[in-house]
Design a protein around this ligand. Structure first.
Ligand code: HEC
Ligand code: HEC
Ligand code: HEC
Ligand code: HEC
Ligand code: HEC
Ligand code: HEC
Ligand code: HEC
Ligand code: HEC
Ligand code: HEC
Length: 268
């Protein structure tokens, strides 16, 4: 924006506005809605040509919701000079609009535009970048209060178990406590799960259908480190080896079985 003095800008705008077809009612035509009418001097200085469009040439173009307001909502008693341009002046000092009472910061424009308070542009502020904890999966649509309560935005623990210990304790299919599952839920549930529900867990080896359905996790994972697996407990050596007489490169070890049979079928 240029640094025109207000007076010159009004003159210039009045001239420019005269060329436009006024889309909104000009000021003089607005009923006072119970307020005092504008002083005659003010009215004539502004002229009949002032529209929302001519306002675009001030230091404060009317965008978003501001375009739909009546002049009086910002120009109290229709005083035009000295109207503040800082969001926080109108939306905090005058109106206390901030639902979070400045706990997120005082400069509203760091995060908001006049389009909507709800739609915070991630380029301006995001939980991922500014806080370091992305709100993904099931967390994406939660209200801030779900994690922060109503008291404010103090730091919260980031590991899953601090907030989801009760879910871990109640899980019976499979029983997480008895199985000694890791407290890092992301190992099995992924980094951004949308629910804990059955089927949400994408196991790399088919264990819900085919020959290997219905076994206990511990039949293949003898320890709590689930990267370790064992095929040999069920596939005995003599019988297995005899089935591979014709197979070059066969060896009787679990990683070898899995490498040749990633789907647990003879055909893969
Ligand atoms: C969302 C708030 C808002 C609304 C709505 C609004 N204005 Fe403004 N207006 C401002 C602000 C802020 C300034 C100060 C801009 C600046 O400092 O350059 C301003 C400046 C002006 C000025 C220049 C004042 C000066 O110092 O010379 C005029 C004239 C004006 N507005 C007229 C209007 C009219 C007429 C309407 C209705 C069609 C209107 N405004 C609606 C916020 C608003
Ligand atoms: C650090 C960034 C930041 C600052 C600074 C900030 N806000 Fe917000 N504000 C947010 C975020 C993020 C939300 C939540 C948006 C959501 O729930 O989608 C929010 C929500 C709001 C809401 C509630 C929207 C709704 O309907 O739930 C209002 C109103 C609001 N802010 C007003 C303000 C005002 C006024 C200021 C300045 C005094 C301000 N904010 C400063 C980030 C900020
Ligand atoms: C001169 C006063 C003034 C200034 C400066 C101002 N606003 Fe507003 N704004 C208003 C008024 C008055 C409303 C209408 C309030 C209402 O009806 O809720 C409004 C409405 C809004 C709304 C829509 C609220 C809703 O209910 O949807 C948003 C968002 C908004 N302003 C953001 C901003 C931001 C961001 C800034 C700074 C860049 C800003 N405003 C600067 C006066 C101002
Ligand atoms: C799923 C839970 C969750 C939700 C939902 C959530 N947050 Fe957070 N928030 C956290 C965690 C965890 C931290 C701490 C991150 C860290 O320290 O690395 C945090 C930290 C913050 C901080 C920094 C606090 C400080 O003092 O360091 C702010 C600000 C914040 N969140 C704002 C919000 C806003 C605004 C919303 C709603 C749009 C929101 N959060 C929704 C979990 C959440
Ligand atoms: C700061 C607290 C917090 C942290 C940390 C946290 N969550 Fe959440 N999470 C919540 C809240 C609150 C909900 C919504 C209430 C609920 O469903 O438990 C939720 C919901 C969920 C849900 C949806 C549950 C359902 O059935 O709808 C899943 C899945 C989830 N979180 C996974 C995780 C994972 C994985 C981690 C670790 C990366 C994690 N959460 C870290 C607070 C947290
Ligand atoms: C070693 C893998 C593993 C780890 C680690 C793990 N889970 Fe699970 N979880 C599973 C499997 C497998 C299921 C069954 C879901 C399926 O069949 O897709 C499950 C299901 C669940 C269920 C639903 C079970 C029921 O009885 O309704 C909840 C709740 C759950 N997990 C919470 C957690 C939480 C919270 C954590 C972290 C603190 C966690 N899990 C860590 C493997 C794991
Ligand atoms: C029939 C054998 C078998 C059964 C039964 C089985 N798994 Fe697996 N599991 C495997 C194989 C094979 C892999 C693949 C290992 C790899 O890709 O490195 C695997 C991988 C995993 C991984 C991934 C570890 C990693 O590397 O990130 C997890 C977690 C896991 N299984 C959990 C479970 C859970 C929980 C159960 C019980 C619900 C279960 N498994 C039942 C064979 C089995
Ligand atoms: C808990 C017991 C058990 C474990 C552990 C086990 N299997 Fe099996 N597997 C079976 C049974 C039962 C059959 C069906 C009978 C048969 O063909 O021997 C079978 C069949 C197979 C077949 C032949 C399938 C077909 O289409 O005919 C292959 C290949 C196989 N398993 C590979 C593996 C691999 C690889 C592992 C390790 C990741 C493994 N199995 C671990 C029980 C197991
Ligand atoms: C170098 C690759 C390779 C390795 C290693 C390997 N297999 Fe096989 N396996 C095959 C091939 C190829 C066949 C099919 C042979 C045929 O049809 O004559 C087969 C057949 C089988 C069959 C018989 C399927 C049927 O219906 O007859 C089973 C069971 C089996 N393998 C399990 C295993 C187990 C358990 C291991 C690990 C101890 C293993 N395999 C290691 C390649 C391999």
């Amino acid at each position: 924006m240029t640094n025109r003095t207000p007076k010159r800008s009004v003159t210039a705008l009045a001239a420019a506005g005269a060329a436009l077809v006024p889309l909104l009612l000009v000021l003089a035509a607005r009923p006072g809605r119970g307020q005092d009418p504008p002083a005659a001097g003010q009215r004539s200085r502004i002229g009949r040509e002032w529209t929302v469009e001519s306002h675009d040439r001030t230091n404060f173009p009317l965008v978003g919701k501001h375009r739909t307001l009546s002049c009086r909502e910002c120009h109290v008693d229709l005083v035009f000079e000295g109207t503040p341009t800082d969001c926080e002046y109108c939306h905090w000092i005058r109106r206390q609009d901030d639902r979070y009472s400045l706990r997120l910061g005082t400069r509203c424009s760091d995060c908001h535009t006049p389009q909507s308070w709800k739609k915070v542009d991630p380029a301006l502020w995001s939980h991922a970048v500014n806080v370091g904890f992305p709100l993904v999966g099931a967390h994406r649509t939660l209200d801030c209060e779900a994690c922060h309560g109503s008291a404010g935005f103090s730091a919260r623990p980031t590991d899953c178990y601090s907030c989801h210990a009760a879910d871990y304790q109640r899980a019976t299919e499979p029983n997480h406590v008895q199985s000694g599952f890791s407290h890092d839920c992301t190992i099995c549930h992924g980094p951004a799960p949308t629910s804990w529900a059955a089927g949400a867990f994408d196991h790399p080896f088919p264990i819900r259908s085919g020959r290997h359905a219905g076994f206990a996790c511990t039949d293949c994972h003898p320890t709590s480190d689930f990267r370790v697996f064992n095929c040999l407990g069920c596939h005995e050596q003599a019988q297995t080896t005899s089935r591979h007489d014709e197979v070059p490169g066969f060896s009787y070890s679990s990683p070898a079985c899995y490498a040749c049979h990633p789907q647990g079928t003879a055909g893969d």
